[in-house]
Design a protein around this ligand. Structure first.
Ligand SMILES: Nc1ncnc2c1ncn2[C@@H]1O[C@H](COP(=O)(O)OP(=O)(O)OP(=O)(O)O)[C@@H](O)[C@H]1O
Ligand SMILES: [Mg+2]
Length: 321
C-alpha cells in the first residue's frame, strides 16, 4: 500500500493558559493535555467538542501561532523546531486558516481585488496581469463572479465574504487548511453551500482540512476522521464509517444520541448528558468526564484513561470500554 504523507502532526502536546480570577489573583490551567493528532494528505479531520474544550487552541498550535508548554509539532514530517527560516516560511505558507469571523480578517478599506492581489503576488513571480487572471480563476472556483473584484467587504453578504476569505487562502496554494467553525456564522442554506464548496475544492486540489466544529452532523458530513475532545483531552478518535459501530466513548455516545437521526444500534441505557460542563479551572480528578458519566466507577475518579483500540477500530479513552 502507498504511504500517504502526513501533512501536520502534534505529538503529546500540552498548553497552559492563565486568567485573572480575582483582581489580586491569577490562576493557570491546562487548556490542552497530552494531545496527539495527525492529518494526512487529502484527509479531513474533524475536531468535535463543546465550547471551551480546546479546539481552537489545538488549531492555533498546529499553525504555530502559539507555543505549547510541552510536546512536538511536525509539518510535512519535520519538527518545526529544526526548520531553517526559509523552509519554515515555505512550509508555514502551505498551512492556512479560515475562521468563522471573516469580516474581521478582510480589511474594510481595500477592494476585493487588492485583498486578493497581496497573497497572489507574495509567493509567485507573476506580473499584475497574470495575478489578476489567477484571481479571477480562483474567484470562479469559489463561486464568485469577476464583478466582485471592485467591491469592498461591506458590500458583500456573509456567505460571499466567506468565499472571498476562502479565495484568499486558496491563492497561497495550501496543503492544509485549518477551518475553525467556518460556517457557524451563516444560516443553514449558506452553511451547506459552503460545506459543499469546501468538499469540491478538497477533491480538486487534494487539500487536507482540520475542521473545527461543535456540530456532530457537520463532522459526520465532512470528515474522514473524527476526533472528540473533552476538557482539553482527546477522548476518542474514529473513522467516519464507524459512527454507527458501538461502543464509543460515553461522551461520544451522548453526542450521537442527541443527533436528530435515530440510531437503532445505540444501547438503550443512556441518560442524557448530566450536569454542567466542567471548567478547565476546576478540572475533575481522574477521567475529566466522570462527574457527568452514567457509567463511572471508582477508578474513573482516580486515574486518567489512555486511548485504547476497540475491536471496532475506534480509539477510546475509557476504563469501561
Ligand atoms: N489566550 C488565552 N488566555 C487565557 N485563556 C484562554 C486563551 N485562549 C483560550 N483560553 C481558554 O482555554 C480554553 C480552551 O479555549 P478554546 O478557545 O481552545 O476552546 P474551543 O473549544 O475552541 O471553544 P469554542 O467552541 O467556544 O470556540 C477555554 O477555557 C478558554 O477560555
Ligand atoms: Mg473555538
Amino acid at each position: 500500500m502507498l504511504e500517504v504523507p502526513i501533512i501536520a502532526q502534534l505529538e503529546r502536546v500540552y498548553k497552559k493558559y492563565s486568567v485573572k480570577t480575582k483582581w489580586y489573583k491569577r490562576e493557570s490551567f491546562w487548556a490542552l493535555l497530552d494531545v496527539s493528532i495527525q492529518i494526512a494528505k487529502g484527509e479531513v479531520v474533524a475536531l468535535l467538542g463543546e465550547s471551551g474544550c480546546g479546539k481552537s487552541t489545538l488549531g492555533r498550535l498546529l499553525l504555530n501561532l502559539e507555543n505549547p508548554e510541552k510536546g512536538e509539532i511536525y509539518w510535512f514530517g519535520k519538527n518545526i523546531k529544526t526548520l531553517e527560516r526559509k523552509t519554515y516560511k515555505f512550509l508555514r505558507s502551505k498551512i492556512q486558516a479560515l475562521f468563522q469571523d471573516n469580516y474581521a480578517s478582510l480589511n474594510p478599506r481595500l477592494q476585493i481585488k487588492e485583498i486578493l492581489l497581496e497573497p497572489t503576488l507574495l509567493n509567485n513571480r507573476l506580473t499584475k496581469k497574470e495575478a489578476l487572471d489567477r484571481i479571477v480563476f480562483v474567484l470562479h472556483q469559489v463561486g464568485l463572479k469577476e464583478e466582485y473584484l471592485n467591491f469592498y467587504p461591506h458590500q458583500l453578504s456573509g456567505g460571499q465574504r466567506q468565499r472571498v476569505a476562502l479565495a484568499r487562502v486558496l491563492l497561497t496554494r495550501p496543503s492544509l487548511i485549518v477551518l475553525d467553525e467556518p460556517t457557524s456564522a451563516l444560516d443553514m442554506t449558506l452553511q451547506s453551500q459552503i460545506l459543499t464548496l469546501l468538499r469540491e475544492l478538497k477533491e480538486k486540489y487534494e487539500l487536507s482540512y482540520l475542521l473545527i466544529t461543535h456540530s456532530l452532523p457537520v463532522a459526520l458530513e465532512m470528515a474522514d476522521t473524527i476526533v472528540v475532545m473533552y476538557l482539553g483531552r482527546i477522548v476518542e478518535i474514529f473513522k467516519r464509517e464507524l459512527f454507527k459501530k458501538f461502543p464509543h466513548h460515553p461522551y461520544t455516545e451522548l453526542l450521537l444520541q442527541a443527533f436528530p437521526d435515530p440510531f437503532s444500534e445505540i444501547p438503550p441505557h443512556f441518560e442524557k448528558v448530566r450536569g454542567e460542563p466542567a471548567s478547565p479551572l476546576n478540572r475533575p480528578s481522574g477521567c475529566e468526564f466522570h462527574p457527568r458519566c452514567a457509567e463511572a466507577v471508582d477508578i474513573c475518579q482516580r486515574e486518567t484513561p489512555r486511548l485504547r483500540a476497540q475491536t471496532t477500530g475506534a480509539w477510546v479513552a475509557c476504563f469501561k470500554r
